[in-house]
Design a protein around this ligand. Structure first.
Ligand code: 3H9
Length: 712
């Protein structure tokens, strides 16, 4: 093969031109890259010695799609976009073949759909993930897919948005062939036959096999009903359905024009801006100043101390990521129970078809349950998950220090306590850090990595590496009470309590937050995590944690511990939503009223706007404090914590992004009003004050410290 254009690693084999997408890291189809690509394609089209063209990708993938950074700006005048590239393919009489090895996403897959043939290796994954960015496939995908596989299957594929394994994509009819060997060689040999053109654009879209076209309006109406409302996370989904409807009803050229208009509308929409912020914030997380040179240590074996719910969940997380793990607990009963829970969980996944028997067996085998601490001696990392009590934890750390090999890292799963105090119980404080998982640890994607005063750069680098292995969104937090997430949730719950004490029913508070887009409100969330846990944390917080009444203490005394006890702030009934659906309980409302009277809290009539403001602005204010104090590195880190750990609606981008959406100045003024009405707990953060003064945004402001704080 003769390389014709080194920047595109192109070459020619006889009459076949190979064009390799090569724009590291993910072969994104940026304006700049599309200009080059377009030239290479036009050159191949103009060259009479070329009879067919094969596209493939360098860097271990086909393409990650359009460059998301480009969406923030208007295309420069005369810019070549992916749509121009695709139009060139469409107009050519020469056949094009996509040879896919690795992922082909978004615009990358749309390019492949504009080819006449698509073949892929078994490891490849194909997808149109635009919906996850609040967009729709805007380079012909919404028009070609319904023509290729039917509108219903196409819509499902695009609404799902995730990368689908090649075998399934073949079944769907998007791929022509899966090649176990060299996909480029296979594509070239197919191209040498100069197969006929097969323009998908020339096909008529169908709905689904055996569904008559007259059913289209009904199918479309059903689809609109099945996605979330426009104003609550479904903005792009409804537009996507509109685009697919156009594929069914309109000629291709009109459909493409409709798609482009809808795409342009979405690209500017607030939900898409917020989701794109989340996308990039996620990729920023591990970029910690000063961390670059520190190479992570390998974690070949992990240990967990404590076989409770948390410990078992953490062990499952390691096992399902292929890291063998020893779980140690001195309580034999707890060990037995954990063993049963973990095995039960793996068997459940087999029943659900998510694991094969063999995989479940392997995972089960990679977890050792024991009461023998010496099992931890050769662990590279041990996570402590015992009772939330500093003395107990310090004892565990001292013991681990004597048992675990000197190179081993020691982490605490504490949700509030002082990492430095635990590190001080060891002779290796530089190897100690916090690893705060969220319940259930094997499902929740968030992981707070807490940096102690002595935690070394290498320990942190290892923490981030293991976070990636465990497929978690790992966020760096400074060592302050409650770290990022819980510290913020305390203020949020404080306001929810205050509202209930002033006479607003918990069910109403929760309903307002659900309308905003949270999956549940603060009271249902408290019920889920357990009121006994809430009370324990409140006590750890001291005076600042207490409400004006002792309603929480009373509920715990009455054994109303939350969902697990079928009663907490709400009641639960096995017959309603499998016992997980909160049901308003007048008894609790009366208790709040009675205790508020005793405490001299005056009832207030509040609007939904006030409820929303007090809860969300409490989060924003605390988030700003955490940035100011260096507990959180960047506004985006705070947003990731809230979106992935606490269900903040991603289409609002997280609390800090939302503050910018509303306008920091407005938020700040409102917080000042709350301070005047409710007291010093509402004192605004100096960072907010500074930004408000210059009418700026949080996204321009970075935390000015680096996550190094002492426990406060
Ligand atoms: C689209 O195609 C629209 C079209 O329909 C129509 C247009 C008209 N753009 O995730 P990683 C960066 S919308 C720009 O850590 P991995 C990423 O920020 C697009 N940058 O790697 C990071 O940068 P840095 C639809 C991108 O191996 C680096 O690449 N496509 C893009 O774990 C590595 O990323 C998608 O939504 C992009 N499209 O996973 C796909 N993609 O190193 C989104 C990545 O500076 N991307 N970057 O932090 C992905 O799902 C994953 O990145 C991918 C690689 C699976 C590709």
């Amino acid at each position: 093969m003769i390389p014709a254009d080194p920047s595109l690693a192109s070459g020619q084999d006889d009459k076949v031109r190979l064009i390799t997408l090569d724009n590291p890291p993910v072969n994104a189809l940026s304006f700049a890259y599309c200009a080059k690509l377009y030239q290479a394609i036009e050159a191949a089209h103009a060259d009479d010695s070329v009879e067919a063209i094969v596209f493939t990708g360098a860097n271990g993938l086909f393409s990650g799609g359009a460059d998301v950074n480009d969406f923030n700006n208007e295309p420069p005048a005369g810019a070549i976009t992916i749509r121009d590239v695709i139009r060139a393919l469409e107009l050519s009489v020469k056949p094009h073949i996509a040879a896919i090895d690795g992922v082909a996403l978004g615009g990358g897959l749309e390019l492949a759909l504009a080819c006449d043939y698509r073949i892929a290796t078994p490891r490849s994954k194909l997808g149109l993930p635009e919906i996850k960015l609040g967009l729709l496939p805007g380079a012909g995908g919404t028009q070609r897919l319904p023509r290729l596989i039917g509108a219903r299957a196409g819509l499902e594929f695009m609404l799902k948005g995730s990368g689908v394994p090649a075998a399934r994509v073949l079944e769907l009819g998007i791929l022509d062939e899966i090649v176990d060997g060299n996909v480029i060689e296979r594509a070239i040999s197919l191209a040498k036959e100069v197969p006929p053109k097969r323009r998908i654009s020339a096909l008529q879209a169908t709905i689904a096999p055996e569904v008559p076209m007259q059913a289209a309006p009904f199918v479309v109406a059903q689809a609109h009903k099945m996605v979330p409302p426009e104003e609550n996370g479904g903005f792009a989904a409804h537009k996507l359905i509109d685009a697919v409807q156009a594929a069914v009803e309109l000629p291709f050229a009109f459909g493409v024009a409709r798609e482009a208009r809808l795409f342009d509308e979405l690209v500017r929409s607030e939900p898409s801006l917020a989701l794109r912020h989340i996308f990039f914030a996620e990729r920023e997380l591990s970029k910690v100043p000063g961390l670059e040179p520190a190479l992570p240590l390998a974690v070949a074996k992990a240990g967990v101390v404590g076989a409770g719910t948390m410990g078992s969940g953490i062990a499952i997380t390691f096992a399902q990521s292929g890291v063998p793990v020893a779980v140690v607990d001195t309580n034999e009963e707890a060990v037995d129970k954990a063993r049963q829970t973990v095995m039960g969980m793996f068997m459940y996944q087999v029943q659900k078809g998510r694991l094969t028997q063999e995989e479940a067996w392997q995972r089960g085998q990679s977890i050792t349950f024991t009461d023998d601490w010496s099992e931890l001696a050769d662990a590279d990392l041990v996570v402590e998950a015992v009772f939330e009590d500093l003395d107990v934890k310090r004892e565990v750390f001292a013991k681990l220090d004597g048992i675990v090999k000197p190179a081993g890292l020691l982490a605490s799963n504490t949700s509030t306590l002082d990492i430095d105090a635990m590190a001080a119980a060891t002779k290796r404080p530089e190897k100690v850090f916090g690893m705060h998982f969220f319940v259930p640890a094997n499902i929740m994607p968030l992981l707070e990595i807490v940096r102690g005063r002595a935690t070394s750069a290498q320990t942190l680098a290892t923490a981030f590496a293991i976070g990636k292995t465990l497929k978690k969104k790992a966020v760096l937090a400074g060592n302050a009470f409650g770290f990022i997430g819980n510290r913020m949730v305390f203020d949020y719950v404080r306001e929810a309590f205050a509202l209930a004490e002033e006479g607003t029913a918990p069910a109403r508070v929760d309903a307002v937050l659900k309308v905003f887009g949270f999956p549940m409100g603060p009271f249902a969330m408290s019920d889920l995590s357990g009121l006994d846990i809430g009370l324990h944390v409140q006590k750890l917080q001291g005076k600042s944690g207490r409400g004006r009444t002792n309603v929480l203490e009373q509920l715990v005394e009455q054994k109303r511990l939350g969902q697990k006890a079928m009663a907490g702030f709400f009641k639960y009934d096995k017959a309603v939503g499998k016992g997980r659906e909160p049901i308003a309980d007048p008894v609790v409302e009366q208790l709040f009223a009675q205790e508020a009277r005793k405490a001299g809290v005056a009832p207030r009539v509040v609007t939904d706007r006030e409820i929303r403001g007090r809860l969300l602005y409490a989060l924003i204010n605390r988030g700003a404090y955490l940035l100011e104090e260096g507990v959180a590195l960047r506004p985006g880190d705070v947003d990731i914590v809230y979106v992935y750990g606490y269900g903040f609606p991603p289409h609002h981008g997280g609390p800090m992004w939302y503050a910018d959406e509303v306008g920091v100045r407005r938020v700040y003024e409102r917080i000042r009003d709350f301070e005047a009405t409710f007291g010093p707990q509402w004192k605004p953060s100096a960072l907010l004050a500074r930004i408000a003064e210059r009418d700026g945004t949080l996204r321009q402001a970075q935390g000015d410290k680096s996550g190094e704080v002492t426990h406060a």
